[in-house]
Design a protein around this ligand. Structure first.
Ligand SMILES: Cc1cc2nc3c(=O)[nH]c(=O)nc-3n(C[C@H](O)[C@H](O)[C@H](O)COP(=O)(O)O)c2cc1C
Length: 167
């Protein structure tokens, strides 16, 4: 696994998830992986689009996916699920994701640390053909309590699983 794509999965203004995505990005790069960082605010299609519609934004996303040996989603929990903009982005492709290892980092303001979002996102990623790491990184109380050591420790276990999942 050489190239890992990290997706900051919310475009909400002043979101806290970007702080966690920055920690994830620095840690993954520090472990020697090539990192492609996607800030979803640069991929806001505004409506469902696929490659069949032939928009250049989807073609660019397809290029990023093609170059990815693995994908880490850093996503907040919104109403017990993942942000709508992530659904629209992921829906734009299908077989391009097949067999790619994926990991999830959940973020929330509360004690449950986004675990309901993890379950919802796992269903979508499984449907799209990703190979999912069983464990995830779960960051709760993000507005008051970011524990970088804990995040990177759990991220290491996810990265190990992703390596094992690679074809
Ligand atoms: C539309 C919306 C829905 C939310 N729903 C939840 C939720 O279901 N569970 C939760 O723990 N936090 C929820 N939150 C709070 C987020 O966890 C909080 O905003 C946190 O900072 C992570 O999101 P952010 O990256 O947008 O800041 C919600 C926030 C928004 C904006």
């Amino acid at each position: 696994m050489n190239t890992i794509t990290i997706i900051l999965s919310t475009a909400r203004d002043n979101n806290f998830t970007s702080r966690i995505a920055d920690i994830v990005r620095a840690h993954v790069a520090g472990k020697g992986f090539d990192v492609q960082f996607v800030d979803i605010k640069d991929f806001l299609f505004g409506k469902t689009m696929t490659l069949a519609d032939n928009p250049k934004e989807v073609a660019l996303w397809a290029e990023i996916v093609a170059k990815s040996d693995g994908v880490i989603f850093v996503a907040p929990e919104y109403n017990h699920t993942y942000p709508g903009e992530l659904k629209i982005l992921l829906d734009s492709l299908t077989q391009e994701y097949a067999g790619k290892p994926a990991g999830i980092v959940s973020v929330s303001a509360g004690d449950y640390a986004g675990v309901r979002m993890v379950d919802a996102l796992k269903i979508l990623l499984h449907t799209l053909g990703f190979r999912l790491a069983n464990r995830s990184v779960n960051v709760g109380n993000v507005q008051t309590d970011i524990n970088e050591g804990r995040i990177t420790k759990h991220l290491n276990t996810v990265l190990e699983e992703m390596k094992d999942l690679q074809k």
